[in-house]
Design a protein around this ligand. Structure first.
Ligand SMILES: [Zn+2]
Length: 307
């Protein structure tokens, strides 16, 4: 879909629910002329055509220009199918295994953290971890009982020159590491977009010469909740003594990259960890992680309980 078609559909989306009938071809023809022939900036082209609709079709100016999805906070998202706008920071990008998904991860503001999905069809510019954006006209959704927001073709993403704060409260969790997910251990990333390669293929850039990295996607269980955590190379080296160089050596020695994952699993699975981080729903953004050894008081408590 061309930019002109996309912008045309964005304008038509604004007319949904009103009883004005506007021909798509009519708008598209003008949009192509403005954007492709005359190289008018997109926002200017959209404004020009909206003015045309007000003039020629009698569309109410208010309906076109002002009926936007309300700007809300993440904590206010409670039900699916609401069109909203959010100002949020990209706190974590995940790997997507689906060609339909352009980017997936977590965004946060001072009230909470939520999963977001940018559909490939939306044809959005890519967002970056740590940067803040205005996510305009995104739609809430519920997936496996958890809320998320979807960025679609009629959404807009605008980088903002602000550092949106995350929820202030840090929590500490002590829990058992009960699972390590696929695509953990010694992985390869795409040199362009840093996504994890699956069988040497980047979902965005196809077959590429990847670079090595170390990471673990794991599930932590504290007896009350389960948390999804991602550990980077630094976390892994601190916990196991295995950094990237050591991991590469293990892979070469065994002629098998999976040997690294086996080694990490044998060192980490079932052990207890103390994690400091920010909680957003099911996710725990790791700031510090260390092996948890029971304190002397714990043993005293156990002895007391037994006596
Ligand atoms: Zn890539």
């Amino acid at each position: 879909m061309s930019r002109a078609e996309k912008l045309t559909d964005q304008i038509l989306e604004r007319l949904k629910g009103s009883n004005v009938k506007v021909k798509r071809e009519d708008i598209l023809k003008r949009m192509k002329l403005l954007v492709e022939e005359f190289k008018v900036p997109e926002s200017e082209a959209v404004r020009t055509i909206m003015n045309y609709l007000v003039r020629e079709y009698g569309v109410s100016r208010e309906e076109l220009f002002e009926r936007e999805s309300p700007l809300i906070k993440i904590s206010e998202i409670t039900k699916p199918n609401q069109w909203v706008s959010l100002k949020a920071k990209v706190v974590q990008l995940w790997d997507s295994n689906s060609p339909n998904v352009s980017q997936v991860g977590l965004i946060g503001d001072e009230t909470g953290i939520i999963k977001f999905v940018i559909w490939a069809k939306a044809e959005m510019p890519e967002v970056e971890e740590g940067k803040s954006y205005l996510f305009k006209n995104v739609v809430t959704d519920s997936f496996q009982g958890r809320m998320q927001v979807n960025v679609t073709r009629t959404s807009r993403i605008v980088e903002v020159d602000e550092d949106i704060p995350l929820p202030p409260r840090e929590i500490e969790v002590i829990g058992a590491l009960i699972a390590i997910q696929q695509n953990s251990g010694l992985i390869k990333r795409c040199p362009m977009c840093h996504r994890v390669l699956v069988k040497g293929v980047c979902q965005q850039h196809g077959k590429v010469e990847g670079y090595d990295d170390l990471r673990i996607k794991a599930v932590l269980d504290d007896g009350e909740n389960v948390y999804e955590v991602i550990l980077n190379e630094d976390n892994i080296r601190e916990l196991t003594g295995i950094g990237l160089d050591e991991a590469i050596r293990i892979a070469q020695e065994n002629l098998d990259r999976n040997a690294v994952l086996s080694e990490l699993k044998s060192q980490l699975l079932g052990r207890y960890f103390r994690v400091k981080g920010i909680r957003g729903g099911r996710y725990l953004l790791v700031k510090e992680i260390s092996l948890h050894r029971p304190e002397v008081e714990d043993f005293e408590e156990i002895l007391e309980a037994l006596s």
